[in-house]
Design a protein around this ligand. Structure first.
Ligand code: SF4
Length: 564
């Protein structure tokens, strides 16, 4: 055993090793006695194995080893109460609690929550708006994982903010660092007339399974899981490490008919890869156990030495699906079901405007209303106003989407006009436009230290520029991401921009700019875009996007030929 372990970690490990296998999965057939007693054991054992093989651990792995972040709460909060922002190691630990020191972009914390399936109650949205103003900069932002963030949080406000967030019934645990991120699902789950499956119970089950575990934290790298119910609005599950896709297997084939989940693995669009079908399928009620088993294999075998290759994709690339699925089956204690793709009905098509505007629900007489927001931003007044509308005119739910907007559901036919007017009075819109419905931007350099450009501002400038010049009549997704972390998933946009510093003279001076890709897509059109231009100055980006749209309009056979 490595000499680098603390006495407490050694005790865990020794108890664990005596206990048997590296980790056992929920629902497995193995006896209960085989479940590890040492909560930190799997990731420490995996570290130890890689060190023994001669590799050097990545810095964050050492931080996990030195002090488990969940054991650091008292120390971290005491230090934050003095007004001091954490250094790199403790910044990493704070992320286990959902708080990020975003200096030097801003001299403060950013908070990211967890909202399973992107759904919260109206009172929770109003409560978050109050907390954003009390403890932060007063603005909520909807993220590309159908989640909420708030910024400008002074260190001394970190503890009361987390506590009061939990008073609202919202947790932030594990929303950052090497953990399983907010679980996404179909934003119209349960109200969508075409869905095959309501993803809400699956997302909730997975959400609470993670929260009630300790072993499922401290992965080699961040990890994303998503459930798609095959509804009108996609969940973008193909960009996740694990995607569960609801499919129908019709009667009359070799496979058992009914609704299944296709298991797709290894999505990471920033590394130019979408999740691929494994040939394995499961029933919806098995999803949590199978996701758990997949992650335990990743915990044991993911790369803990090279952060650039520490995602699930790289285990899959090295092993292939056959070996990986065999390891998952061993964890699970039973084989996974294989179904030939020829036995599976095609996914019903998505509607790229389904998350915006007024649409009839599967429940007769009720509607959902998708609200357009300025690249995800909400003021306190707007958030409280939307919460009031959701309670007075809707079913009280607020649904966030990966398109950085939100949906109010359960609005009776007779109150739709009133709801639209109330939303307009808040300075927001329900009007569908081909550009704004698919305009996505990450935080950018206004709040993220990694960003090479002010993505949100430039997104609004691009939209304003092209909307006044080009009569585009088909949906066009424009995604702006500030760096290679690809939070806005530029490679799946019809037009994708990734921030780049652009040289302007021989002295090495640079300005904000972008590399521009085209031809990405998602859902039934999933594909990775191709880089067309590199090093376009931000001030020139609107004209480049305009040129792309004009070229499309000038060369298409008709509107049926979409931009992609
Ligand atoms: Fe920050 Fe990069 Fe993510 Fe944008 S893509 S929010 S710049 S980490």
């Amino acid at each position: 055993m490595s000499q680098d372990f603390s006495a407490e970690q050694k005790r865990y490990l020794e108890g664990f090793v005596a206990g048997a296998a590296a980790s056992q999965v929920v629902g497995a057939t193995a006896p209960a006695a085989a479940v590890p007693t040492g909560p930190d054991a799997p990731h420490l054992l995996a570290q130890d194995a890689q060190v023994k093989a001669g590799a050097k651990l990545a810095e964050p792995e050492k931080w996990k080893r030195d002090e488990h972040p969940f054991d650091a709460w008292q120390r971290l909060t005491a230090e934050a109460a003095t007004g001091k922002l954490p250094g790199p190691a403790d910044n990493f630990r704070w992320r286990y609690f959902g708080l990020f020191n975003v200096a030097p972009a801003q001299d403060s914390f950013m908070l990211r929550m967890r909202l399973p399936n992107g759904i919260l109650k109206a009172h929770q949205l109003a409560g978050c708006a109050r907390l954003a103003e009390t403890y932060g900069g007063g603005v909520l932002a909807v993220t590309t994982r159908a989640n909420l963030q708030m910024r400008e949080i002074r260190p001394e406000n970190a503890k009361p903010l987390i506590e009061e967030l939990m008073d609202l019934g919202i947790v932030a645990r594990g929303s950052g660092a090497d953990n399983i991120r907010n679980v996404t699902g179909s934003p119209l789950a349960g109200i969508d007339p075409q869905e095959l499956l309501d993803t809400r119970p699956l997302a909730r089950d997975w959400h609470f399974h993670i929260l009630n575990s300790r072993v499922l934290y401290g992965l080699p790298r961040k990890f994303n899981v998503s459930f798609d119910g095959a509804g009108l609005s996609p969940a973008l599950e193909e960009t996740n490490d694990i995607g569960f896709q609801a499919v129908r297997v019709p009667e009359g084939g070799a496979a058992e008919p009914g609704i299944w989940l296709r298991i797709v693995l290894g999505g990471i669009s920033g590394h130019r890869d979408l999740a691929r079908a494994t040939g394995a399928f499961c029933r919806p009620e098995e999803a949590t156990a199978i996701a758990d088993a997949i992650i335990r294999v990743f915990i044991d075998h993911g790369d803990r030495t090279n952060r650039n290759r520490a995602r699930l994709k790289y285990v899959l690339d090295a092993w292939g699906f056959d070996r990986f699925l065999a390891a998952v089956e061993e964890k699970l204690g039973r084989p996974l079901v294989r179904i030939a793709e020829a036995e599976v009905a095609p996914r019903p098509p998505t509607d790229r405007y389904a998350h915006v505007g007024v649409h009839p629900q599967r429940q007769q007489g009720l509607n959902w209303v998708g609200v357009v927001m300025a690249v995800g931003k909400l003021t306190r007044r707007q958030a409280e106003g939307l919460a009031a509308i959701a309670v007075e005119c809707g079913d009280g739910d607020v649904r966030l989407t990966v398109w950085q907007n939100l949906i109010l559901s359960g609005v009776p036919d007779g109150r739709v006009a009133e709801v639209e007017a109330s939303i307009a009075a808040l300075g927001l819109s329900t009007t569908v436009t081909p550009i704004r419905a698919g305009l996505v931007a990450c935080t950018g350099n206004a709040g993220c230290k990694f960003a090479a450009a002010d993505t949100k501002r430039h997104a609004m400038e691009i939209a304003a520029h092209v909307e006044s010049r080009v009569a585009i009549d088909v949906p066009v997704n424009i995604h702006l991401t500030g760096c290679h972390h690809s939070c806005a998933q530029h490679y799946i946009g019809d037009i994708g921009l990734i921030g780049a510093r652009v040289p302007v003279n021989a002295d090495g001076d640079t300005v904000e700019g972008y590399d521009i890709a085209v031809g990405g897509g998602f859902a039934e059109n999933a594909r990775i875009g191709r880089t067309l231009w590199k090093g376009v100055k931000a001030e020139d980006a609107p004209r480049h996007v305009e040129a792309l749209l004009r070229a499309y309009l000038g060369h298409r056979q008709g509107p049926a030929e979409g931009f992609q």
